[in-house]
Design a protein. Structure first.
Length: 150
């Protein structure tokens, strides 16, 4: 097969995929203005805590809300990523759109059996990442209980 033909076909496939993704995002944004986008999340465990790392570049920390459910089984993260007005005013045409703007929400089920020390939960925001530390509740080791015989 001719090498330039293969390159042309590959380029057309890439262009189609890029346009398909762009159309999916545009349709998604117009179907429901109240619809949320969901940030990417890592949940991992250390010996001392359960950690949740959320990618939120471009989101101001004061616009982020984090809530631990009453039963301790889920964590809700909400907020909004807004666009700078000056940047939007200068824009003439989009060639590619991949950065979601507007409100976001992510409700994460926490691993079953995780006993969280609710009074020691912390959240910090740095370099575009929200890190939530959910310390494990310390369990007392096996204890011997003396029972008085009457």
């Amino acid at each position: 097969m001719n090498r330039s033909y293969e390159d042309w076909v590959r380029q057309m496939e890439q262009e189609f995929e890029r346009n398909e993704e762009l159309m999916r995002r545009v349709i998604h944004s117009f179907t429901s203005p109240q619809r949320f986008w969901e940030p990417q999340v890592d949940i991992y465990e250390t010996r001392e805590a359960l950690k949740v790392k959320v990618e939120l570049s471009g989101v101001r920390p004061e616009g982020i809300t984090v809530e631990l459910a009453g039963d301790g089984r889920s964590l809700a993260i909400r907020g909004v990523r807004e666009e700078e007005r000056a940047e939007a005013a200068d824009r003439v045409m989009f060639h590619q759109m991949e950065i979601y703007l507007g409100p976001f929400e992510r409700v994460l089920p926490l691993p079953s059996g995780a006993e969280i020390d609710r009074d020691a939960v912390e959240a910090g925001y740095r370099d575009g990442f929200l890190i939530i530390t959910l310390p494990k509740r310390r369990r007392a080791g096996p204890q011997t209980t003396q029972i008085q015989v009457r």
